[in-house]
Write a protein that binds this ligand. Structure first.
Ligand code: NAP
Length: 280
């Protein structure tokens, strides 16, 4: 599994992590097994949120990670409506209880809301000072909002988690360059468009399949390798099926050649720059 420095602390984090949205809908034992296998396979960056299953997924992780917590880079998110100073502290306390741990490695604001960013960031820093959070970040922030974060707290934000898949590459225009320049990790979510992609009927699929065949890989693995080709980028596919878990983890060893990247770039063009940020 390839790993690279994450955020200003430059902690080495695997390029492919494990998403957990909707994991509460999977049979409980199967979900626990999938989490355990993901960690075993090297996808030790586990992404969750207080939102997922209304706390159910954090509960599940608390159970599944018992005994292996120290091996995991655990990320969770606070909802924007809880992002006042007091709200963040209380939400984090609830997440810690559900996760059955005394620290979260990466705590993020799920998306920008009405509470002043200064208050949210002050709460994040308070949590860092108390040791309940190792580093903090944001999610679904466009370049303008990222500039605001850096203005408020230079050198402090560890990541921006954003939508990124072969059909949604707008962040390559501004968000990724800005983040890389400022030592902020870019964690791409929904690398398979929440399961809708890459579809065999989609334009460009033949190129994906061709590259995959030549490398003895699968189209999904090639997609993950493409999405983690740039410095500072990470991806967090969700998989409940154990064969998917294994397949995704193995993509962490796949490095595409310049000619393969060129063909994929052409088959899945990033398109002209659009303002704002795409969200699921
Ligand atoms: P995704 O990772 O794009 O796709 C998940 C779907 O793809 C599942 O149906 C899964 O099936 C299937 N799949 C996984 N690996 C596969 C493989 N190798 N071959 C074929 N199918 C495969 O979806 P996502 O859950 O939307 O995104 C990933 C994670 O990003 C989330 O779980 C969450 O942690 C995070 N996220 C964050 C935000 C945000 O606002 N910050 C928003 C959305 C998502 P099985 O489950 O049956 O294996």
């Amino acid at each position: 599994m390839r790993a690279r420095p994450f955020g200003p602390d430059r902690l080495n984090v695997p390029v492919i992590g494990f998403g957990t949205w909707h994991l509460e809908l999977t049979d409980r034992n199967a979900a626990i097994e999938a989490i355990y296998r993901a960690v075993e396979a090297g996808m030790t960056h586990i992404d969750t949120a207080e939102l997922y299953g209304g706390g159910e997924v954090e509960n599940l992780l608390g159970f599944a990670l018992e005994g292996i917590r120290e091996r995991v880079f655990l990320a969770s998110k606070v909802l924007p409506e809880h992002a006042s100073f007091e709200g963040v502290l209380n939400a984090c306390e609830r997440s810690l209880t559900r996760l059955r741990t005394n620290y979260i490695d990466l705590y993020m604001l799920h998306w920008a809301g009405d509470h002043p960013l200064e208050d949210t960031i002050r709460a994040f820093e308070t949590l860092v000072d108390s040791g309940q959070v190792r580093m903090w970040g944001v999610s679904n922030f466009d370049e303008e909002l990222m500039r605001e974060v850096v203005r408020i707290a230079p050198g402090r934000c560890a990541c921006n988690q954003v939508l990124y898949h072969l059909r949604e590459r707008n962040i390559e225009h501004g968000v990724i360059p800005f983040c890389v320049e400022n030592d902020i990790a870019v964690v791409g979510y929904s690398p398979f468009g929440s399961g809708r992609f890459p579809a065999e009927t989609a334009p460009g699929y033949d190129v994906l399949a061709d590259v995959a065949r030549a490398r003895g890989a699968t189209p999904h693995q090639v997609a993950l390798a493409f999405l983690t080709r740039l410095d500072g980028t990470f991806t967090i596919p969700k998989a409940a099926r154990l064969d998917h878990v294994w397949e995704n983890a193995r993509a962490g060893d796949l490095k595409l050649a310049p000619e393969e990247l060129r063909r994929l770039d052409e088959a899945f063009p990033r398109g002209p720059r659009r303002p704002g940020i795409a969200m699921l």
